[in-house]
Design a protein around this ligand. Structure first.
Ligand code: SF4
Ligand code: SF4
Length: 151
């Protein structure tokens, strides 16, 4: 792999990956559980307040965080950034070690324009990178039919 000797990454907390452009932060069952605990809300209230159902690649509907009208993530606050940082979804905590970004050196370097922490700061070892990548690959979003069974 091009990252056998590791890759540099250190988050600058710029929030570019949290705001001002449309995207999807999918939630797995464990993300949902952690976030409900973090906000001390029952599942239905949490979903109604912070989530939306979106079309997934397999044509099912899956759970995703809402966005504000300016495309900021619903969890992002101007004071303090992510209001769920300690319970943020795996999709967020594994960024930027996502499999498609790690496809080859060119893909990784191209992502620098979206994330100023890439190729800066401390070196992540191949093993550390693969832990993150595998967590990302393992995300299975909550399907609507699991939460709201079809009658
Ligand atoms: S874009 Fe990169 S540097 Fe900025 S907050 Fe996100 S992960 Fe951190
Ligand atoms: S949940 Fe937090 S870390 Fe993830 S996109 Fe939203 S504000 Fe950013």
């Amino acid at each position: 792999m091009f990252y056998d000797k590791g890759l540099k990454f250190e988050c600058t907390r710029c929030s570019d990956c949290c705001r001002l452009s449309p995207g999807y932060v999918y939630l797995s069952h464990s993300d949902l559980k952690k976030l409900c605990e973090w906000f001390k809300l029952p599942q239905k209230e949490f979903i109604d307040s912070y989530c939306r159902w979106v079309q997934y690649y397999d044509n099912t509907e899956v759970l995703c965080l809402k966005e504000k009208s300016n495309y900021d993530c619903t969890m992002w606050k101007s004071e303090g950034g992510c209001s769920a940082y300690g319970a943020r979804p795996v999709q967020c905590s594994t960024y930027p070690f996502w499999s498609w970004m790690l496809k080859d050196k060119q893909s990784w370097d191209e992502c620098e324009k979206d994330c100023p922490g890439i190729n800066k700061g401390r070196v992540w070892s191949k093993e550390e990178i693969e832990v993150q990548k595998n967590l990302y690959d393992g995300i299975e979003p909550v399907h609507r039919y699991e939460i709201e069974p079809v009658k």
